[in-house]
Design a protein around this ligand. Structure first.
Ligand SMILES: [Zn+2]
Length: 352
């Protein structure tokens, strides 16, 4: 069973997040308008993000805003940030980069686009964290918006859109719709935090260069799974274990052997970096404490591989020993989940 710590004050954060706009909230600034100008966007602005929506789906705003607000503060607490900042996603001295010379570390404001229908960036099977500038696509999105604040976009089919009712899957774990939406919003917002943490690092240590894909996506899945709804901590967790063991035949846990080079764990690619990565990040949290995620993301080593090796070494494990422990853990979790139902283990009575 999952044993990741869930701080008890989270319920308070959720309550706070569902409150109405407070006095310091900014005014709408037409942040939504450049994303598909054919859509009549309305903006619900918050301190770190805006919910961009259409009139027919205004009732979706408060629910989505609550989860995005929760994601912001949950992740800000875990990773030690106070606000979102952005990194340049452009090649230095590239003459096609219209924003050449723009400062690294500008404030980032995330626009969650509640699409009335799927578009090229999001449908009921995919959504994105869109960030960067210097490309025609990015120019079209960012061009009309003034410095110094930079903008990122999370296009998401609005939860009440009819397209969801006909989706044949709400994630491979077959999550109920509301749980799936909450997980996805947390997932994409995690990417915004991953960018924020990188500010100030060298060009070669941008998150997409420094971090393996199983870390960026696996950690986003972990945050969405461990820190949104009970479904993902219970039924969804068991389905995750089953899925990885049964449905991904070349999954890392099943195919890797003891002959792998010492660096294997940090350089693996899998057919499913999302679920495989999720499980590895979960195991690291179980084994080393969840703060391992923050430490791994702080770029205190020259490479991610070195950071991971240092974490395992602190627990007296080599990379290979860590790998073996991970596989044993997955096997034990799977065995526990698939075992014939056992009698519940009850605590002894008080006078025993
Ligand atoms: Zn992602």
């Amino acid at each position: 069973m999952p044993r990741v710590l869930i701080p008890v004050f989270l319920a308070m954060l959720v309550l706070a997040a569902t409150g109405s706009a407070h006095a310091a909230d900014p005014q709408p600034q037409h942040r939504c308008d450049d994303y598909d100008p054919a859509i009549a966007w309305q903006e619900a602005p918050y301190e770190h993000f805006s919910i961009c929506y259409t009139a027919a789906y205004a009732d979706d705003v408060s629910w989505v805003a609550s989860w995005v607000n929760y994601a912001h503060w949950r992740l800000a607490w875990k990773y030690g940030i106070t606000e979102l900042r952005t990194v340049r996603d452009a090649t230095p001295n590239d003459p096609s980069d219209a924003y050449q010379g723009g400062a690294d570390g500008a404030r980032m404001h995330v626009n969650v686009m509640l699409l009335p229908r799927p578009d090229g960036n999001a449908d009921t099977g995919i959504t994105r964290f869109m960030h960067g500038w210097g490309s025609p696509e990015a120019d079209a999105l960012y061009g009309a918006i003034a410095d110094p604040v930079r903008y990122a976009f999370i296009p998401y089919v609005t939860p009440s859109a009819p397209n969801w009712s006909t989706a044949d899957r709400w994630g491979m774990l077959q999550a109920p719709a509301g749980h799936f939406h909450a997980k996805n919003l947390m997932h994409e917002y995690t990417h915004a935090v991953q960018h924020t943490i990188r500010v100030g690092e060298t060009e070669q240590r941008r998150p997409w260069d420094y971090l393996p894909l199983w870390v960026t996506e696996g950690l986003a899945e972990f945050e969405g799974g461990a820190h949104t709804t009970d479904f993902y901590r219970t039924v969804g967790y068991e389905r995750l274990i089953r899925y990885v063991v049964e449905e991904v035949p070349d999954q890392v846990m099943l195919q890797r052997t003891e002959t792998l080079a010492e660096t294997s764990l940090a350089t693996i690619t899998t057919t499913d970096v999302y679920f495989g990565g999720h499980l590895i990040l979960y195991w690291l949290a179980e084994t080393l404490g969840e703060d391992v995620h923050r430490r791994l993301m702080r770029y205190e080593h020259e490479t991610f591989n070195a950071a991971l090796m240092a974490e395992l070494a602190a627990a007296d494990m080599t990379m290979e020993e860590g790998w073996a422990a991970l596989r044993a853990w997955v096997a034990a979790e799977y065995a526990a989940i698939t075992a014939p139902s056992a009698a519940p283990v009850l605590p002894p009575p008080p006078d025993a």
